[in-house]
Design a binder for this molecule. Sequence first.
Ligand SMILES: [Zn+2]
Length: 63
Amino acid sequence: MPQYEFECRRCAHRFTVLVSWAEKESVRCPKCGSSDLKQIWSPFSAPGRGSEAGGCRPTAEGG
Ligand SMILES: [Zn+2]
């Protein structure tokens, strides 16, 4: 089951839920019960595209 992260706009509580895509619309804040939530897309859920290329050049310019 996919995992979704939400942030409550009301109390700023952050939580993670394990629900299906259809069910996540009925998710509510476990702290204050508000349904006014903002979904947080973590960078880990996105497919890896590109990696940090190691390139270190000393700047020997000017003086
Ligand atoms: Zn809340």
